[in-house]
Write a protein that binds this ligand. Sequence first.
Ligand code: CTP
Ligand code: MG
Length: 219
Amino acid sequence: MHAVGIVAAAGSGLRLGADLPKALVPLAGRPLVAWSVDALRAGGVTEVVVAVPAAERAAFEAALPGVRLVDGGATRTASVRAALAAAQDLGDAVLVHDAARPLTPPAVVARVLAALADGARAVVPVLPVVDTTVAVGPDGVVTGALPREQLRRVQTPQGFDRATLVQAYDRLPADAELTDDAAVVHTFGIAVQTVAGDERAAKITVTHDLVLAEQQVRR
Ligand code: CTP
Ligand code: MG
C-alpha cells in the first residue's frame, strides 16, 4: 500500500487572529504546516500535497521547500477537493491531515495506515468525550444530555482508500461544505472505522491551543 498525504493549510485562522495565515504561524520557530508535513512523513507517508491560500503561495513555498503545493478554496472541503485532484495517481491510499495539528505523533499516522492496510476504506483517529455533553436550544436552555459513552472527538489524519475518497468527492455537490472528510464518504454510506487518537494531535484553533503546544515542544 502506498499512501499520499494531503494537508489542508488554506484557511486564514480567524479564531487564532494572527496577522498571517494560521498554517504559517510559528511553533518553536517553525510554521505549523511544516510540523504537520513532518508528522505525516514520520508516520510513513512518502508523498505530500499541501493546499495553501492562493494569495500566499510564495510564503508557503519558502516554508515548505520541495513540497507540492496547490491553491486551496474558500472552504476546507474545496481545499481538500483541489489537493485530491492534484494527488491523483500518487498512491492507492490517501491521508488527509489538518495543518493545524502540528504535534500529531507518528504513531497516530501509523495506526491509520495500519487500519487501511487491514482493509478499511475509511478510518479516523478518535478520542473519548470526557465532559458531560448536552444539547442546547436556541434560547440557551439545555434540552437534554447526550450519551457521552457513544460520542467521540474526531481528529486527523483521516485515511481512505483513494478510489473511495475520489468517488465520494466526485458525487458531492460542488458547493457542499463539511468539516471533515469522513463525513464526505459517510454521506455515501461508506463505513468509517476508528483507531485511537492522541491528545497531542489537538487542533490549534485559539491562542490558548498555541500556548499549550509551545509547552509541549519545550518539555
Ligand atoms: N482549511 C483549508 N481551506 C479552507 C479552510 C480551512 O485548507 N478554506 C484548513 C485550515 O488551514 C486548517 C484545517 O483546514 O489546517 C482546519 O480548519 P480550521 O481549524 O477551521 O482553520 P481555519 O479555517 O484556518 O481557522 P478559522 O476557522 O478560525 O478561520
Ligand atoms: Mg475554519
